[in-house]
Design a protein around this ligand. Sequence first.
Ligand SMILES: CC(C)(COP(=O)(O)OP(=O)(O)OC[C@H]1O[C@@H](n2cnc3c(N)ncnc32)[C@H](O)[C@@H]1OP(=O)(O)O)[C@@H](O)C(=O)NCCC(=O)NCCS
Length: 165
Amino acid sequence: MLVRDATPDDVADIGRIYNEGIADRIATLEEDPKDAEDMAAWWAEHAGRYAVLVAETGPGVVVGWASLNRYENACSMAGIADLSVYVGRTARGTGVGAALLTALERRAKTNAFRKIILFALTKNERALGLYVKFGYREIGVFREHGAVDGKYEDVIAMEKLLQPA
Ligand SMILES: CC(C)(COP(=O)(O)OP(=O)(O)OC[C@H]1O[C@@H](n2cnc3c(N)ncnc32)[C@H](O)[C@@H]1OP(=O)(O)O)[C@@H](O)C(=O)NCCC(=O)NCCS
């Protein structure tokens, strides 16, 4: 498996994998699939330090992606990035998420971030397993933080301080 920087040509695959996570009702409080316009806006937000990586199992076979997202605009918090990681349905549980997270943390340090934060549904056991394995610390749980299909979900906040590169 190869983890590399995403290019504009990958945005359709990123959107497809993102939409699987949305449809599975496990990854996010989002309910509606992202269309090409949504994904173009998302891509535009990920310039510079806010890296997007993809994992591929063969030339052009993208099976997952991870991104560093803007957390706050305040200068004092410029060292913090929010994290996303999505693996396509058929590739989950095969080490793709771990490979992406390893590479993304390395990139975060290179791009002068000192902390990664994330938010996950508390019922997302696979994601929590990944984050705990990588040393993310629980901050706390937002109770009934958003309603998906009319049902309120709890959301856990986690953080990891990165060792300097
Ligand atoms: C969550 C997700 C990114 C994890 O990636 P993955 O490729 O499936 O996970 P990996 O195979 O790399 O496993 C890495 C670690 O995660 C944990 N893990 C994996 N599957 C697990 C499961 N079913 N239950 C608990 N922990 C699990 C383990 O610690 C595992 O390490 P190990 O294999 O040494 O035990 C992936 O399943 C996914 O994209 N799911 C849908 C979208 C999503 O939920 N994204 C996260 C939003 S917060």
